[in-house]
Structure formats: structure tokens, C-alpha cells
Design a protein around this ligand. Sequence first.
Ligand code: NAD
Length: 448
Amino acid sequence: MNQEQQHTPAAVPPAAERPADTVARLRATFSTGRTKPLAWRTAQLRALRTLLTEEGEALAAALLTDLGKGREEAYRTEIDFTVREIDHTLEHLADWLRPEPAPVPERLSPATAHTVLDPLGVVLVIAPWNYPVQLLLAPVVGALAAGNCVVAKPSELAPATSAALARLLPRHLDTDAVAVVEGAVPETTALLAQRFDHVFYTGNGTVGRIVMRAAAEHLTPVTLELGGKSPVFVDRDADLPTVAARLVATKFMNAGQTCVAPDYVLADPETARALEKELASAVRERYGDDPSATEAYGRIVNERHFDRLVGLLDSGRTVVGGRHEREGRYIAPTVLAEVAADSPVMREEIFGPILPLVAVAGLDEAIDFIRGRDKPLALYAFTGSDTTRERLTAETSSGGLTFGLPVAHLTVSDLPFGGVGESGMGNYHGHYSLETFSHRKAVLDQRG
Ligand code: NAD
């Protein structure tokens, strides 16, 4: 028996099933109770782990095709990232599922109270194209850990990855409980017309609103993992070579197409000026003189995004980069200085390899700047000052706040990952995924 046959579940989903039939089929499975036992959940998580480890090369090849994503980055940010999420969940799931006792007031005595986590039923996960493996499968990990059936909708803008996931998931997972539906707007619209017990959407806020409206028809709760402009405040006491190296590593990963990428830098004019030189050498250090020649540097997903980004390139003085080629959708890692607060690059989430430096007088103005805009998905700061740390923590609101190491907060499985306001609602990762995909049921037992 070959590997493929070993993992082939007995039931094969019918080809071109209608969305209503897919949901009905999964709902029928859920009603049998089959997805509830811990053993089923852990078996599915292990099977998903096997998929990622055995089929990693196929997924990496698809990511290279869709996004020019190099193999090392594909493993680090997508495949191994999801494996770690699975391992963390497998390690703790039994504990997390234990009923949580709650104190009962004396007047109800003799009584005990506790909460239990109930699976929700059939959930829908809609993923975007920028981390098309991680952002589909990490929510699926939470949904399965919580004992749900799942419809997974990969992004049509990463077609090779979507096709690979649609081929591989049914080979490894319980096809009566997990379905992959590929497609674009019409297919997603048809799915959203169905009644789900939770919709988990990652992508932009315009579609987030469409998802929430559709879910409202069925009173279905939603998690919206959206984007926005994530600022970086660089204090005058920061170690600039370190700041530059870390900004370059996180901003230009996936060619800047990362929801939590540092979007722009706020610093006083002197610090910004000193940072320019450091950023230019950090770019050369990481990507060489010609970033287009290294596998470590990705490409823009499509022409539409390429044209949009090229339109932002003259929003400031070019410190490094600026070169672009439509054929191959290449835009060099670019740093822009002396960028005005109202310039085109500051009006929307950049979602590409352009890093603007915006001068502010100091911390007060930086805080006003951040508070005057949509609440970001992430806020980053480099500072040696505890007062600055405390003030940023107390005086700003963002999905996450990270000092010193941009993006790293989302690799801490015990931290919730999600936005606030325009950057989203709800959160996930580790234990928080389990809560998101479960109902915490209150149980009171009075025996008087
Ligand atoms: P996308 O275009 O792939 O869209 C995401 C999903 O929405 C896809 O599956 C797509 O089929 C579906 N969709 C698109 N239009 C639709 C419609 N009219 N009706 C129903 N479904 C529709 O991805 P995108 O939105 O370009 O992703 C980029 C955005 O996502 C950025 O703003 C980024 O910051 C954000 N993002 C957020 C996170 C996070 O974790 N918070 C992660 C990645 C990306």
C-alpha cells in the first residue's frame, strides 16, 4: 500500500457538490457526534501534521509558483509555523478541554458550577492569498481541535496553493467532516448564503463587511482577521543597526505582503535620518545588490497589486530600492524618506515592499498620529525607555503591541492573535482558537 492509499479515507466527496449539499453532509456528520471525542480531534490534527510534513515539498512548490516564495520562507512562515501550532494544540488539548470550575454563591448551596467547551457545529474558514497555507490551515487546526466540521475556502488568487490544498486535504482528513471548496466571489457568495455556526474570515475589510452581513442573516458569529497600517515607533535611544535589520527582515518578507508587516516608521527627524543609512545597508546585507536574483525575495501577487504599489513609489525620497519590472511583478525592497503624513503611501495599507519614514517631533506626536488613524493590527516600538513602553501600552489601541521584535508576537502560541476596530474582531492561535471555535457553556448543578 502506498502512502497515498494509507491516508485515503473511505468516503470520497462527490465532485462539484452544491454548497447546500456540502453543508448538509457535514452537518449530518456533526449530528452523529463523531467529531466530539478527543480521539477523533487528535487523529485529525495528527493527519494534518502528516500532510504538512509529507507533502511539504508540494506545498512549497505551489507557494513558489503563486508568490515566488522561496523554500526557506515557505517552511518557516507557512508549513513549519502550522506544524508548531498543531504540536502546541496536541500537547495541551486535553487540559484545555477540562471543565473549569466556578465559585457558587452561598445562597445557592449546595451547588457546584463549571463551564465546558461545546463544539459549535459546521464552521466556514475563508483564507486570503498572502500566506495561503498558514491562513487556511491554522484556523482549521482550531476548528478541528474544538470538534467541529469545517468547510475550508482557500484564496483563488493563490491558485496553485488552492489546488494543492484541495487535492491534499481530502487525502489526509476525514472527508465526512472536512470539505475544501475552491473558487472566487461567486463560490464564496454561494457558501456565505448557507447557515454556518461560525465564519472565520481573513482578508480585507471591504470583504469583511460582506462576510459579516451575510453571517448576520443566520445570526452566525464571525471572526474577522483584517489588515491595516501597522506603525513602528523608533525612539531616539534605539540601537539603529538592530532596528534596521529587524525592520528589513519583517517588512520585506513575502515582498511586504504580510498583514502584520511594519507599514511605516515614525521617528524624530534626526533618528529618521540616521535610520536611512542603516536601512539601506540592512537591505543590501539581506538581499545583496540585486534582490531580484535571490530566491529569498518574493514577488507581487498580481498585476493589479503591482500597479497599485508602483503608484505609491514617488510618495517620498527614495533611500534604497525603487526598481520595478512589471514582467515578473518584481518591486525591489524600497525605503522612502521625508514622507508626508497625507501622501498616497500613507492613505492605505501598503501591503508591499515599500517602507515610508515619517518624521514626528517625538513620542507625543507619534501617539497622536497613531490614535488619529484606524486601530492597527499591530503596533511596534523600539525603545529603551520604560516610560515610553508604558505610555504606548496605555495610550494606544491595537490588535497586538510588540516591543523590539516586529511580527514575533504571532509566533507565541499562548498569545491571542487578532485585530481591533478596523483591523478585525475576535482572535485565535493556541488556546484562543479553541475558545473561538467553541461555545463556553455554563453548567450549574444544585442538589438541595
Ligand atoms: P483575497 O483577495 O484572497 O480575499 C480573501 C478571501 O475573500 C478569498 O478567499 C476570496 O475568495 C474571498 N472574497 C473576495 N471577494 C469576496 C466577495 N466579494 N465575497 C465573498 N468573498 C470574497 O485576500 P485580500 O483581501 O486581498 O487579503 C489581503 C488583506 O488581508 C490585507 O488587508 C491584509 O492585511 C489582510 N490580512 C489579514 C490577516 C490577519 O491575520 N489579520 C492575514 C493576512 C491578510
